[in-house]
Design a protein around this ligand. Structure first.
Ligand code: M6R
Length: 613
């Protein structure tokens, strides 16, 4: 989704803005722009990538100690040069960048048109900047006051950053439902961004703007915060836990590949300090405080989108199996619009890598209004979901830059495994010997993931065979059914090959009609209670001339005889199979996408964090 950067201070703003925009590229976008304050406001913007913007600027003037930059993911108006941000007000003295949607833009626009305003773009953003100009003109007030008053007249979601020619060096920023971080530099300079990635190389001291807050930023002065109702707010300065090297590719061709290879460590980090085999203990700090609530709950409801929803499905199987608490898994975008039955006896847990997904946030707000306890499992520290929930646990996977979620998924499943074990132990639904065995099995998963990474070469060969396929089916049963969905999503999103995930046994109820010699079928056939049934499903595919690529447990002979290709991974307890078997599926989609020359880290039309509903 849209990315915002800003800088004001004593340094040259342009390189900071360009580097910031590059750091935000992973969020997904279709146009880019910068505005620099230097004896007036200088604007450059165009459709395309940051590199296109640099070419467009060429030898143009880029001086100035303050400026703003934007990557736009189109919502209102097609991606083109005119709709790209920043947007000038009609009078040309105010300039603004925006992430989000102004819902009542149409009525505001009509009023402004009636007052003589002419619009160049199709965006809701241009409406807002003109509204600010109109208020400033009629009330003769400071920029920050005009912004405050304008925000009282609009509804929707936004993070905005505004500059005015009349107040050189001053930046005004505000947020509602879209994230915005302000970095406080050592030399009295300030950095702004949609997330901390563009800021971390300059400062570790940051303030996360809260919903409804407005910041007036003047270099060399203290950061001033106030609410839309004009109440002063004391900035809460936090120290970033992010490290610069985590944002680099570190020798890998793509972030996605780096993140796949990071999984032994990221899964280990998700468990660190939370599991002790020696002491027979599992403890999830921020969740532990709500243990009693969860044990007494009528239901635990996971809300999430995309890959996080798949992790939620694994979580459902885990918690119902180990802790015998009823669990439901909901698509956040459906949940909030279907008048769900929620009571104060429900515990609603949002699962989100970014912690900023708009539908998930809105679903949490609904659950809060209905009186449920709300918890979060997020990766990004300080994200909106992490801040609005009553409690929760971070996944500690480290920054995930590739749009396709890989390590975030395995870390989410790891935290959900710990949660299920913690609840099962507290409730007494797992007998001691099983609890201990399961703990040991979970603790060695990082080594098994490491071994699963050794499948890379064979997976690459298989990818070469199937890179031109038009469709794929993914099948799995039990704990591996959510993984079939996840494998199919990975392939779709980065290689643009149509793929479907199904519970293996459901195939007979429809999808089997699709099977012929042109249809590769990826089957997760690892050892476990439903192994024999999956073998039968493979036979059914083979009987119809389907091509089977099977992910099997090491040493499996039975499937090897019938499948066309097998990928062996270490055997593990069935409930942890998704953690290990996800590795070859991620690698398969990665290699196919590379061979098809797709943009692996920034697939078309996609955004890393979806901050619009
Ligand atoms: O940040 P979140 O986990 O809330 O994001 C949810 C989905 O947008 C995300 O998982 C998406 O499906 C990924 N591109 C999948 O790889």
């Amino acid at each position: 989704m849209c990315g915002i950067v800003g800088y004001t201070g004593t340094k040259d703003a342009f390189p900071i803005l360009i580097k910031g925009l590059q750091r935000l590229e992973y969020r997904g976008y279709d146009s880019a722009g910068v505005a620099l304050a230097n004896d007036g406001l200088q604007l450059y913007k165009c459709k395309g990538k940051v590199v296109d913007l640099q070419n467009h600027i060429g030898n143009g003037t880029t001086h100035g100690n303050s400026g703003i930059g934007h990557t736009r993911w189109a919502t209102h108006g097609e991606p083109n040069d005119v709709n790209a941000h920043p947007h000038f007000s009609m009078g040309g003295n105010i300039i603004l960048i925006h992430n989000g949607i102004i819902e009542n833009y149409d009525s505001v626009k009509k009023e402004l048109v009636a007052r003589g305003y002419i619009f160049k773009s199709d965006t809701d953003t241009e409406v807002l900047v003109n509204l600010i100009e109109e208020i400033q003109k009629s009330e003769n007030c400071k920029l920050s006051e005009a912004v405050r008053k304008a925000l009282n007249e609009v509804h929707g979601a936004y993070a905005i950053v505004v500059m005015s020619e009349d107040e050189p060096g001053v930046i005004v920023a505000a947020r509602k439902s879209s994230p915005l971080v302000i970095g406080i530099g050592e030399d009295g300079d300030f950095f702004l961004a949609s997330d901390a990635t563009p800021i971390v190389e300059y400062t570790k001291n940051v303030v996360y703007l809260e919903d409804g807050e407005i910041a007036e930023i003047v270099p060399g002065q203290e950061l001033k915060l106030f609410t839309e109702k004009k109440q002063k707010v004391t900035p809460y300065i936090q120290e970033l836990e992010l490290h610069l090297e985590e944002l680099e590719k570190g020798g890998y061709d793509h972030f996605m590949l780096k993140e796949i290879y990071e999984q032994p460590r990221s899964v280990h980090d998700s468990m660190r300090g939370r599991l002790s085999v020696k002491r027979g203990l599992v403890h999830l700090g921020g969740m532990g405080d709500y243990e009693k609530k969860m044990l007494a709950a009528d239901r635990i409801i996971f809300i999430a989108c995309g890959t996080s929803w798949h992790a939620g499905l694994v979580g459902e199987y885990l918690i119902e199996d180990l802790a015998r608490i009823p669990v439901e898994v909901e698509y956040a975008s459906e949940f909030r619009y279907r008048n769900p039955i929620i009571t104060e006896r429900d515990v609603v847990i949002a699962i989100s890598q970014s912690g900023e997904t708009a539908d998930t946030l809105a679903a949490l707000e609904l659950a809060t209004r209905k009186g449920a306890t709300i918890l979060g499992i997020c990766n990004v520290v300080g994200s909106s979901i992490a801040r609005i929930t009553d409690g929760g646990s971070y996944t500690h996977a480290g920054p995930e830059i590739g749009v396709a979620s890989t390590k975030a998924f395995t870390s989410q499943v790891t935290v959900l495994s710990l949660l299920a074990l913690m609840l099962g132990q507290a409730k007494g639904t797992i007998e001691r010997s099983r609890f201990h065995r399961t703990l040991v099995d979970l603790s060695v998963i990082p080594e098994k993931i490491e071994a699963a990474l050794q499948t890379d070469a064979i997976v690459k060969k298989i990818a070469a065979e199937f890179k031109d396929a038009r469709n794929f089916l993914y099948l799995g049963r039990g704990y591996c059914f959510p993984l079939a969905l996840e494998g199919a999503l990975k392939l779709k999103e980065i290689s643009y090959i149509h793929a479907e995930g199904y519970p293996a046994a459901e195939m007979k109820h429809g999808p089997i009609a699709l099977i012929d010699e042109e249809m590769p079928v990826v089957v997760i056939a690892t050892k476990g209670p439903s192994y024999e049934k999956v073998v039968s499903n493979i036979q059914e595919v083979k009987a119809r001339k389907g091509v089977v690529i099977a992910v099997v447990s090491e040493g499996d002979e039975q499937v090897k005889e019938i499948a066309d290709y097998t990928i062996e991974i270490p055997e593990t307890e069935e409930m942890f199979a998704p953690l290990v078997a996800s590795v070859p599926l991620q690698l398969l989609s990665y290699h196919i996408a590379v061979m098809r020359e797709c943009n692996v880290d920034q697939p078309r039309n996609l955004a890393k964090s979806v901050t619009v509903e």
